[in-house]
Design a protein around this ligand. Structure first.
Ligand code: ATP
Ligand code: MG
Length: 408
């Protein structure tokens, strides 16, 4: 994509009233626009990142044998009255109408699957969606970390018995870590014991260490298991160690053994007449985007991991008034695209060198390539990784091979 074509612009000043780093950088760089507290538009650069996170999550869900669906956002009151959850504070209700906006989907997915699962032969089954959730969040002040409207992946599984659920639950746990590893968050994301449901002592959260987080967790350095402050009483529940580390963290996912909590009210029963056993598993897609920004940045801007960067390469043309540079830049842009690299090409004529480099740092694409009169004098371009200080000159005719080598 040519930067001259991008309709969004970067902003020098921090947006007023935004205290979180993710909101400041994402707004300044033109990844998102704030419509209202906790409500954001995803702009071209931001949407590319959202889609990449979704694809990583989707691949892991498909690998679990779960089938993707898309459920409605508009929910009939009746479904929520069946479980007694119509009157919860999260729910946005449509004034004067028997509808509310979906903040989770147990009340929709349970009667849905009941229509299709007719015998034990149809079990187990798992479905998931990547969809917009609405929640009346009183504390929407952390940018994408806590939205009133946000994107979640929610997976639901249905089983004939507890053993089968337990088995699947462990597989989901592993899949979740694959997701966090792919995003470069694996090292700072902890499996965390949290308040359980009706059928298990604990549920599990996946908590990423960041000062922007709203949760306090206690990490056991021995077994790497963490415990949420809400259920913490003294020592590590796994190994008994008392030497735990207190950290601020943000919940980037959670998994829950629901048992028969929702299958019972909807009379979703198995062969033996008793309700099926259910699990639910969430990942905050847009919260993850915000978490990556919170944990991967410096004073100049964001530093995207390759896996979800909006573009792999930021090609910057600096002509210094020399008309011979631009055609060479165009040529290189075409070559890189034909070779399959995703390139943002800063071909803007009206910007100074300083403005272009500042924008590149702010936007945070992992690799920067500068083509200028100076580099062309040596038949070269200048290569610099966003996270490194030093740059290097590479001959243009060796560039593609070197990039392919690096990508391995
Ligand atoms: P929290 O305790 O942070 O409010 P939650 O327990 O309400 O989270 P769930 O209902 O389990 O969260 O939702 C599943 C996932 O969706 C969470 O793990 C989180 O990553 C994400 N999520 C929850 N609420 C929000 C929100 N308001 N904005 C963005 N993401 C959210
Ligand atoms: Mg919540």
């Amino acid at each position: 994509m040519k930067q001259s074509h991008l309709f969004t612009k970067t902003q020098k000043e921090n947006p007023a009233g935004e205290i979180s780093i993710n909101a400041q950088y994402l707004i300044r760089a033109g990844f998102v626009d704030k419509l209202s507290s906790g409500i954001y538009t995803f702009l071209p650069l931001g949407l590319r990142v959202v889609k990449k996170i979704q694809d990583i999550v989707r691949n892991e869900m498909d690998a679990l044998g779960a089938q993707e669906i898309l459920m409605p956002s508009l929910h009939p009151k009746e479904n929520w009255e069946t479980t007694g959850r119509w009157d919860v504070e999260e729910m946005y209700k449509i004034d004067g109408e028997p509808y509310g906006l979906g903040w989770t989907h147990e009340e929709i997915v349970t009667p849905l699957l009941k229509k299709f699962i007719l015998s034990g032969k149809d079990l187990p089954k798992a479905v998931y969606q990547i969809q917009t959730k609405f929640r009346n969040e009183p504390r929407a002040k952390s940018g994408l970390l806590r939205g009133r409207e946000f994107v979640m992946k929610d997976l639901y599984s249905f089983h004939e018995n507890q053993d089968d659920l337990d088995d699947y639950y462990e597989q989901v746990k592993e899949a979740y870590f694959k997701v966090y590893n792919s995003l470069g968050l694996g090292e700072i994301t902890y499996l965390t014991l949290a308040s359980g449901g009706t059928f298990s002592k604990y549920s599990h959260e996946f908590q990423t260490i960041t000062n922007a987080g709203e949760d306090i967790i206690y990490i056991c350095p021995k077994c790497k298991l963490a415990t949420n402050k809400e259920v913490f009483d003294g020592k590590c529940p796994q190994c008994g160690s008392t030497n735990l580390e207190e950290k601020k963290a943000i919940e980037v996912g959670n998994i829950f053994k629901l048992g028969t909590k929702y299958t019972a009210p909807f009379a979703f029963n198995g062969q033996n007449g008793s309700p099926l056993v259910m699990g639910c598993y969430g990942i905050g897609i847009t919260r993850l985007l915000g978490t990556v920004v919170e944990t991967m940045n410096d004073t100049k801007g964001m530093i995207w991991p390759q896996s979800i960067a909006p573009f792999a390469i930021h090609l910057i043309q600096i002509d210094g008034g020399d008309e011979s540079v631009a055609p060479k830049g165009e040529e290189l842009y075409d070559i890189l695209q034909k070779e399959g690299f995703e390139v943002l090409y800063d071909n803007r004529g009206e910007k100074t060198v300083g403005e272009k480099l500042n924008d590149a740092d702010l936007i945070g694409i992992p690799l920067r390539i500068i083509i200028s009169k100076k580099t062309l004098a040596e038949d070269s371009v200048e290569l610099k990784e966003r996270k490194e200080e030093k740059s290097s000159l590479v001959k243009i005719k060796e560039l593609v091979n070197q990039l392919k080598e690096n990508a391995k």
